[in-house]
Design a protein around this ligand. Structure first.
Ligand SMILES: Cc1ncc(COP(=O)(O)O)c(C=O)c1O
Length: 436
């Protein structure tokens, strides 16, 4: 870093970092341009796009990934939390390989899905019974549709800043593709406001769905008092409370519901529960879930060609029963908390308005001071977020434009120390450009 670079304003520094990124990644750029002929923007998953073009990642091993131009990174994105086990965990790989020998598509119940379901029910206090599906989006769609069918009510309460999947986007601007449910939208962590809205709309509300920590929204933890208020108010009115633990279920191995001692009526899961294979799950109280029992004349239909795909069942079950014990989960949470403490100390030692929020092994960096309790509190300069991501990539840390950092099991202490060192370098180099 030259003195001249240090004296730039943040927008100029960001453009300069972008120019260096373009120069270093010609293959990724070419691949995206070629892909754009057949996929809109060369993209098939919006969150993976960032300007001027995203890196194409061609290989992963343990906690490392390599891009198409041969650069190596420590993977702190961890596939937005689905990459808990890292790349190519030997036990998961062996489980998948063993299943490959027996064939892939059975068109019948297999011997593993009930074992995976039993492990999920054992871990999550709210799950009397569970059903498996293919994504977090699908899990939420099915849980909310079930709540509507069971209650005979139509509306769903959500919170500003929430992300519950491709058709449940409640961040800035929402999405015209959202599911056509009538939504009542509350403010996250506003217990009093939420209780009032629930009382007001009780006659129409089928469900209240909440992330116990808003993940995509910036790793904003739900306050225990807020979540307990949701529990009390929904119970009072017979409204189904759904905890979307698609991201937070890794915490403690039994999700934030276990840590908080709050039991929702339904829980949705996804990400790592399939051991790195496409997966989702939804479940809850027996009275609700038993409506899916096909032996009943009034059974709800729940289809899905790949709901019990043998590779997902094998990888997911191996992950939960042979790798991610509750002890391993507690240790990963401890490492995540320790990382946040170190990063926050590095920022405050330098008097910079930078903070890291999150729970357990999931964190997001924000370029601002003051409490962050809901999306309205977020005011990081987008240029700072861009510069941070590009500077980290240039120093061998793979992380997304939203500045989220997720730990994975194969990460070593040296990997975490490496991130802290890169973070401190960023603060030293770019600190003068950031608001203090
Ligand atoms: C809290 C939450 N719910 C649901 C989803 C959707 O999961 P999927 O991408 O598997 O559809 C996500 C994905 O990031 C999520 O973070």
């Amino acid at each position: 870093m030259t003195d001249a670079a240090r004296n730039l304003d943040i927008a100029t520094a960001s453009r300069e970092a972008e120019a260096a990124y373009v120069a270093a990644n010609p293959t990724s750029q070419r691949l995206m341009e070629e892909a754009a002929a057949v996929m809109p923007g060369g993209n098939t998953r919006t969150v993976l796009y960032y300007p001027p073009f995203p890196l194409t990642i061609v290989r992963g091993e343990g906690a490392r990934v390599w891009d198409a131009d041969g650069h190596e990174y420590c993977d702190f994105l961890g596939e937005f939390t689905a990459g808990l086990y890292g790349h190519s965990h030997p036990l998961i790989r062996a489980a998948i390989e063993a299943k490959l020998d027996d064939g892939l598509l059975m068109g019948a119940p297999g011997e593993l899905e009930a074992k995976l379901a039993a492990e999920l029910c054992r871990r999550f206090p709210s799950l009397d019974r569970v059903r498996l599906c293919n994504s977090g989006t699908e899990a939420n769609m099915l849980a909310l549709s079930a709540a509507r069918a069971v209650s005979g009510r139509e509306a769903i309460m959500v919170f500003e800043g929430a992300y519950h999947g491709a058709v449940f986007v409640f961040g800035p601007g929402g999405s015209p593709l959202n599911a056509p449910f009538p939504f009542v939208i509350g403010r996250y962590n506003d217990a009093e406001g939420a209780a009032k809205l629930i009382d007001e709309h009780a006659a129409d509300l089928a469900a209240v769905i909440v992330e116990p920590m808003q993940g995509a929204g910036g790793c904003i933890p739900g306050e225990p008092d807020f979540l307990q208020t949701l529990r009390d108010a929904t119970e009072r009115h017979g409204i189904v409370l759904v905890f979307d633990e698609v991201m937070t279920s890794r915490t403690g191995g039994g999700g934030l519901q276990t840590e908080l001692g709050i039991v929702p009526d339904m829980t949705t899961l996804g990400k790592y529960v399939g051991g790195g294979m496409p997966s989702g799950a939804f479940g809850g109280r027996a009275e609700i879930m038993d409506r899916f029992d096909p032996r009943r004349p009034d059974a709800f239909m729940h289809a899905g060609t790949f709901n019990n795909h043998v590779l997902t069942m094998a990888a997911g079950l191996t992950g939960l029963t042979e790798i991610y014990s509750t002890g391993a989960a507690a240790e990963l949470d401890r490492r995540g908390q320790d990382l946040r403490r170190r990063l926050n100390a590095a920022a405050s030692d330098r008097g910079l308005a930078v903070q890291v929020t999150g729970v357990g092994s999931l964190s997001t960096v924000h370029f601002q001071s003051g409490p962050i309790r809901c999306i309205e509190d977020l005011c990081s300069d987008p240029e700072a977020r861009t510069l941070f991501q590009l500077d980290l990539l240039a120093r061998g840390i793979y992380s997304p434009r939203r500045n989220m950092m997720n730990l994975s099991l194969p990460m070593s202490e040296a990997d975490i120390d490496g991130l802290v060192a890169v973070f401190e370098e960023f603060l030293d180099d770019r600190g003068p450009l950031l608001a203090s």
